[in-house]
Design a protein around this ligand. Structure first.
Ligand code: PMP
Length: 434
């Protein structure tokens, strides 16, 4: 095996650190192998770095690139529509076309607002829920990621499961310094997938609760599927107490199905957030919801704004992405290839005598080294051998297969069966060395 070298990236990182805080523009980009890497182009399933290394890419830039890198239809639409202007501080026709398309594809999308990213769209949905109910808190779940802003930067980091205290009254820790203490009062947190516990807490505290927010699949931690009846149960609880059910579909949107996880599981939330895969890497997201809830934005009682929202390139990118997905309907293939890769990883681990757990629906899935047969919530995830995963990811990277450091894999609509098998072959080699 020819060893990959990262000397150019290392030199650029040293230069970057003198101008960019930490050398990067998003914290997660630091955690690459062997350090932050500088890329110079991407095409289809592949991305290339400044040292001339080529990688078969399963990060898809943390999810957005459902059509792979540089999809020609997306680039064409962006170039053509950008020639007419970039941002009007006013309306344009394609914004309506995109909103109408989302209405057509997503069951709960009766009214829509566009934002730039998942984090701000989440906050918009929470504001709508608070305004509609007159209640202040939202209920959320341990280990679910809803962006990096103050009121959701808790419950996603802990030193151990024991440190998190009892399941009924969990302890939460700030993810970062600089959080206002009052942000801690905005939410109630519980372990995920435990419907009886949610029922109990909501029965006691429903007068405080405006919304229950959840990733419909816990993609950000171990890629955990909802327990049988869990999402349906949340729907019933929210109906009973007049609480907004919010699905954070930032990852599941356009990935589980054209209508998101809500269509896949046939559980319809009141409000939901779509982002990553919607725009093929251009900054666009959407808060969508039932008229009953979104009417407060319609009537300007809830303010949602943003200078950069729904500019020409981003809307064009989303229209092109949804139209390619609609024309090609790659979902069956993405599930199939995902399952093939998951099975391949399991076999590679078994052949090397490694205890590996691979779980998730297929279009995205998680792998981690543990003796457990199943991981059902964030607390379970402390049983993973993170050091071993780090060695595995590094070994794959050195063989030209790029995977997100925490073990999450994304399948795109352009990955081929041959590429899946290339990844399995690399994994078989690496499993023997760690
Ligand atoms: N929600 C979920 C489920 C996410 O996975 C993410 C990003 N990983 C966010 C919200 C935040 O989105 P963004 O990074 O676009 O702000």
């Amino acid at each position: 095996m020819e060893k990959y070298s990262y000397t150019e990236s290392a030199a650029l990182l040293a230069r970057a650190r003198k101008a960019l805080a930490g050398g990067v523009s998003s914290e997660f980009r630091k955690y690459n192998h062997p350090h932050a890497i500088f890329y110079n182009h991407g095409e289809g399933s592949y991305i290339y770095d400044v040292d001339g290394n080529k990688y078969l890419d399963f990060t898809l830039s943390q999810g957005p690139l459902i059509l792979g890198h540089s999809h020609p239809e997306v680039l064409k639409a962006v170039a053509e529509y950008s020639r007419q202007g970039q941002l009007f501080a006013g309306q344009h026709i394609k914004e309506i076309e995109l909103a109408e398309k989302l209405q057509e594809l997503i069951s709960s999308a009766e009214l829509i607002r566009f934002c730039l990213d998942g984090s701000t769209a989440v906050q918009t949905a929470l504001r709508v829920a608070r305004a509609n109910t007159g209640r202040q808190k939202f209920l959320r779940f341990e280990g679910h990621y809803h962006g990096w802003l103050d009121n959701v930067s808790w419950g996603i980091s802990a030193s151990s499961a024991e440190a998190m205290g009892s399941r009924e009254q969990p302890k939460v820790f700030p993810w970062t310094e600089g959080l206002p203490e009052r942000a801690r009062d905005e939410f109630i947190i519980l372990p995920w997938n435990d419907l009886e516990l949610v029922k109990k807490v909501v029965a006691e505290r429903h007068k405080e609760i405006a919304a229950i927010i959840t990733e419909p699949v816990m993609c950000n931690n171990s890629c955990i599927l909802p327990a049988e009846g869990f999402l349906e149960g949340l729907r019933e609880i929210c109906d009973e107490y007049g609480i907004a059910l919010i699905f954070d579909e930032v990852i599941t949107g356009f990935r589980m199905s054209l209508g998101g996880a809500q269509q896949y599981f046939n559980v319809i939330p009141d409000l939901s957030i779509f982002a990553k895969a919607m725009g093929s890497g251009y900054p666009i997201s959407a808060v969508v919801g039932k008229r009953k809830w979104m009417n407060l934005i319609q009537d300007a009682r809830v303010i949602h704004a943003g200078t950069m929202n729904a500019g020409n390139p981003t809307v064009a990118a989303a229209l092109a992405t949804t139209s390619v997905l609609e024309a090609e309907l790659p979902y069956e293939r993405m599930f199939l290839y995902g399952q093939r890769l998951m099975d391949g990883l399991r076999q590679a681990a078994a052949a090397a005598g490694q205890k590996l757990l691979v779980q998730g629906p297929g279009p995205m899935f998680h792998m981690g080294f543990t003796h457990l047969d199943k991981v059902s919530d964030y607390r379970d995830s402390f049983n993973y051998d993170k050091a071993k995963l780090g060695k595995f990811i590094a070994g794959m990277h050195d063989r030209g297969v790029r995977v997100i450091g925490r073990g999450l894999w994304y399948i795109s609509a352009v990955h081929t069966e041959e590429e899946i098998d290339t990844a399995i072959k690399a994994a078989s080699e690496v499993m023997q060395t760690i």
